[in-house]
Design a protein. Structure first.
Length: 511
């Protein structure tokens, strides 16, 4: 495995571009890949060989339209980071420029010369491979490979447009403007272009540098759940998320004099690769998270079906049974605990649900590529911070918070469904009246006194059912809301008496 990882490392550095992105992704999968592979690929996170400074200077001066000395008081020739698509240099703005931007110390990101051509070649190769895979039934049944490649291509083109990245940074900052756990560098728009980006210098402790974290008095094990919660907020609440949260893109920044609860912040950088979760998918993901936290196998199957991950032809009953047993046996275990489970237990589960496992009744929707990447990297970083990290410990309180936040919406949905059902029931007597009218007019040749009595009884039964539904909806909504809003809850509970009395009156009338 070490030899394989070493050869891939050399290949990725030689080819550059998107191959380095693949290596970065693999190096962060500490939760599933052995350390022999992840340690060998760690250097790809932020140690890509840099471009010589003369080439960087030439490109930057063309983009800025002026020599570097006319914009910056100093500009370090040695980069602080060299990534797959560009590299970053520390600089100091000239006093006048610093006053305009409100910044003094900055980081200047400069695109690697010729990177657009490299990305074009890499994407052409990916399109070719995607086309081949689309003819493999096992693959085509699970994903539209050409569509996934185009989604990745769009993200790659956006990533080499620094103006697009700057806009992403400001949108991300706005999402967390009131959250003291998160920090984002300020953009100096005056000197930023499509190929040069000038940002506030926010360099701090790399999130996976356990030694530096402890030296600053920060427990790495306490950073993991906060990082997971922040990523959950992006995916399940904001719907706009950092899709490349590898360790080189996240700092832990100590905050001197801050409250004991928040003595540090998570500082995100590099907003070139961002993802969006449509509202419908976000609702499905929230349901999925809640079902997973409550170990609800049936609910989990329903949620993955809602978000489009489940193949329509899948045997849902069998899948629900498998998920329920999976939760019963392994639910709540962290990765460290799963590694200690006797392999015979996994084998027994695979044998019992062998056909289901082999059929893999799942598919990959187009907008899931970046979601899966973000969650995979999040899991890897958390496992690096704490070997005993258990994702369930973060999922459960977050899911409970989602339930609390959405309780009012759930009550409204239940009440609306009940009222809709009641409305349908209330319309039934009119249809029955129409039927009786047709009988009386002779357009329907039926004359049966017994039938007429049965219709009248049915009419009363429908009205009582409608009243009962409205009564139940108002009573449930009032009792749930009363804990948070005593006035509104009491009003709804009192109002429920009206349909109750109507139902009782209709019932007595039919005696």
């Amino acid at each position: 495995m070490q030899n394989f990882a070493r050869r891939f490392h050399v290949l990725a550095v030689e080819l550059g571009g998107l191959m380095i992105k693949v290596g970065q992704f693999l190096s962060s999968r500490l939760d599933v890949l052995p350390p022999e592979i992840t340690k060998e690929l760690e250097g790809l996170q932020d140690e890509v060989p840099p471009v010589r400074f003369p080439a960087i200077r030439a490109l930057a001066e063309v983009e800025l339209g002026a020599p570097l000395e006319q914009v910056f008081a100093s500009f370090e020739e040695t980069p602080i980071a060299a990534a797959s698509l560009g590299q970053a240099h520390r600089a100091q703005l000239l006093p006048a420029n610093a006053a305009d931007a409100g910044l003094h110390s900055v980081v200047v990101k400069v695109q690697r010369p010729g990177i657009e051509e490299i990305v074009d070649v890499d994407l052409a190769a990916l399109r070719k491979v995607g086309g081949w895979l689309s003819h493999v039934r096992l693959v085509s049944a699970r994903a539209d490979m050409p569509a996934l490649v185009e989604e990745f291509a769009q993200t790659s083109f956006e990533e080499i447009d620094y103006l697009h990245e700057a806009g992403n940074a400001e949108r991300f900052a706005a999402d967390f403007a009131d959250d003291d756990r998160v920090d984002v560098p300020v953009v100096a728009w005056e000197w930023s272009t499509r190929r040069v980006l000038v940002l506030e210098d926010v360099a701090a402790i790399k999130i996976t540098d356990a030694v530096a974290l402890r030296a600053a008095g920060i427990d790495p094990a306490q950073v993991a759940p906060v990082f997971a919660s922040v990523m959950f907020d992006q995916l399940f609440t904001n719907g706009f998320f950092h899709a490349d949260p590898h360790p080189g893109n996240i700092f832990v920044t100590p905050v001197p004099g801050a409250s004991a609860g928040h003595p540090w912040k998570l500082t995100f950088i590099d907003f070139g690769m961002m993802g969006e979760v449509p509202p419908g998918t976000r609702r499905g993901l929230r349901k999925l998270l809640i079902a997973a936290a409550s170990r609800d196998g049936k609910g989990l199957v329903g949620a993955i079906s809602d978000v489009g991950v489940l193949v329509p032809s899948a045997d849902r009953a069998e899948l629900e049974r498998a998920m329920t047993q999976l939760f019963d046996r392994f639910g709540g275990m962290g990765f460290a605990q799963l590694r200690e489970v006797n392999q015979r237990e996994f084998l027994e589960f695979a044998v019992e649900f062998g056909d289901l496992v082999r059929s893999l009744p799942f598919q990959l929707p187009e907008n899931f590529l970046l979601i899966i990447r973000a969650m995979s990297l999040t899991s890897g970083v958390c496992s690096s911070l704490d070997e005993e990290f258990n994702l369930w410990d973060s999922v459960e309180p977050y899911a409970a918070r989602l339930l609390r936040d959405e309780r009012g919406n759930v009550v409204q949905d239940v009440a609306q469904q009940a009222l809709d059902a009641a409305g349908t029931a209330l319309r039934l007597p009119k249809r029955l009246d129409g039927l009786v009218t047709r009988i009386e007019e002779g357009s329907l040749a039926v004359a049966n006194p017994r039938l007429e009595r049965q219709l009248a009884q049915l009419d009363r039964s429908v009205q009582r059912t409608a009243s009962a539904l409205v009564f139940g909806a108002l009573l449930i909504a009032g009792s749930v809301l009363r804990a948070d809003d005593a006035v509104l809850g009491s009003v709804l509970m009192i109002a429920s008496v009206v349909p109750l009395l109507h139902g009782l009156w209709v019932g007595r009338r039919g005696l």
